[in-house]
Ligand binder design. Structure first.
Ligand SMILES: *[C@@H]1O[C@H](CO)[C@@H](O)[C@H](O)[C@H]1NC(C)=O
Ligand SMILES: *[C@@H]1O[C@H](CO)[C@@H](O)[C@H](O)[C@H]1NC(C)=O
Length: 381
């Protein structure tokens, strides 16, 4: 064998050995850094780290579907569609007799969300994100979700301790290396898009009152802008925390089901429980379920069995919000009866919807409009 070939063969044998040695002993820090960032990288994929994203759309509302498809495309997010159901298509027969008097106009929405849960259960998905079709999000959604995922894993771990508050200082520091689910294990619902939620209090929370705080998040609007519509009172979040803090905690008092993720277990439990009930509109049913309101005590022959309360986490301000389109039919009714013919979305700064034209024409991030500037008025016309 000529000497150069021998050298080459020896090199081929030694190189992988040295590589393994380096990998295992010299660079464990960089290795764990790599592993923890890949755990969160799934959040950057086209379904935001969930196996599927379902969007509920009433087929006649092609306008909404067009707009969502476009907003998803410019955000590099891909959707699966669930046909919404109109209330008059929901037969009386499927509504429990005692419940027939309740919110007749909201039956369609209830059935549409049930169909989305049914799809999650039927396909045996590990989890799914369920969206309504009139929503908005920030251009920086994927990095917001990376931070949220670290916060939710932190909550799931720390809620077993008796701490009341944990600050999420550093995403990587809190990244779990061997999580299969980037959002952590053991949650039922992640309520990411709502139009109001209560901060937890020890008395009212069915699970843990723990709050994970995310300080200095520039995507969080200033306290004066933290409200679900222009006439609303300012959220308590702004009074209780320094400006630009986001918080993650167990959901309580949440309204509007604009966006929520369900785990496999969460979807099964919800389908089991809410198929037999139709108390009120869907968001209030999910609110009650999350607060442990449907837990049934089954007094068996032997011991009384009581299910553990579900684990629903939420985030304030929300990561998904209602979008009020230009000239849209949905005028916003304010507290005290005022109306705003609004255009825009509360809580969202670099809005995908408001910047759709700029995004489609490929303008740079620096050209995007901030709907809720720190030193200005919101863009509500
Ligand atoms: C969209 O996301 C996919 C999956 O993460 C990635 O491979 C691709 O580069 C992204 N495209 C753009 C334009 O960001
Ligand atoms: C995105 O990541 C999640 C979690 O790993 C995975 O279940 C899902 O299939 C991925 N989606 C795509 C489109 O790759």
């Amino acid at each position: 064998m000529p000497p150069y070939r021998r050298t080459f063969v020896i090199f081929c044998i030694l190189a992988p050995l040295f590589y393994i040695y380096w990998w295992k002993f010299i660079a464990p820090d960089t290795l764990s850094g790599l592993l923890s960032s890949t755990a969160s990288e799934n959040v950057f994929n086209k379904t935001l780290g969930f196996p599927r994203i379902f969007v509920i759309n009433l087929p006649p509302r092609t306008d909404r579907r067009d707009a969502m498809v476009l907003a998803g495309a410019v955000s590099n997010i891909s959707f699966s569609w669930i046909d919404g159901v109109a209330s008059d298509q929901v037969s009386d027969r499927i509504i429990p007799e005692d419940d027939r008097g309740h919110s007749a106009g909201a039956r369609g929405s209830w059935r549409s969300h049930m169909n989305a849960l049914q799809a999650v259960v039927d396909r045996n998905l590990g989890s799914a994100l369920i969206l309504e079709d009139d929503i908005d999000w920030d251009i920086r959604l994927k990095s917001q979700l990376q931070t949220f995922a670290a916060a939710s894993r932190t909550w799931l771990r720390e809620s077993k301790s008796s701490r009341a508050e944990v600050e999420l200082l550093d995403v990587i520091k809190y990244a779990d290396r061997d999580v299969k689910d980037v959002y952590g294990n053991g949650w039922d619902v992640l309520w990411l898009g709502h139009c109001g939620a209560d901060l937890p209090s020890a008395q009212k929370t069915a699970t843990s009152p723990l709050i994970v705080t995310i300080p200095a998040d520039e995507t969080v609007p200033a306290p004066k802008h933290l409200k679900p519509h222009p006439f609303a009172l300012q959220d308590k979040l702004g009074d209780n925390y320094p400006p630009h803090t986001r918080v993650v905690h167990a959901s309580g008092g949440n309204v509007c089901t604009l966006a929520y993720a369900v785990s496999r277990e969460g979807a099964r439990k919800l389908l089991l429980e809410l198929n037999g009930h139709y108390d009120t509109q869907w968001d209030l049913m999910l609110q009650k379920w999350c607060e442990g309101g449907y837990i049934t005590k089954e007094g068996g022959a032997s011991e009384e069995h009581q299910d553990a309360p579900p684990i629903c986490l939420t985030v304030q301000p929300p990561l998904f919000s209602h979008y009020y389109p230009k000239g849209g039919a949905s005028n916003i009714q304010g507290q005290g009866g005022g109306y705003a013919k609004g255009t825009g979305s509360p809580y969202i700064r670099l809005s995908v919807r408001e910047n759709l034209r700029r995004l489609v024409t490929g303008e740079p991030l620096s050209e995007m409009v901030d709907q809720l500037p720190d030193d200005g008025d919101p863009i509500w016309k």
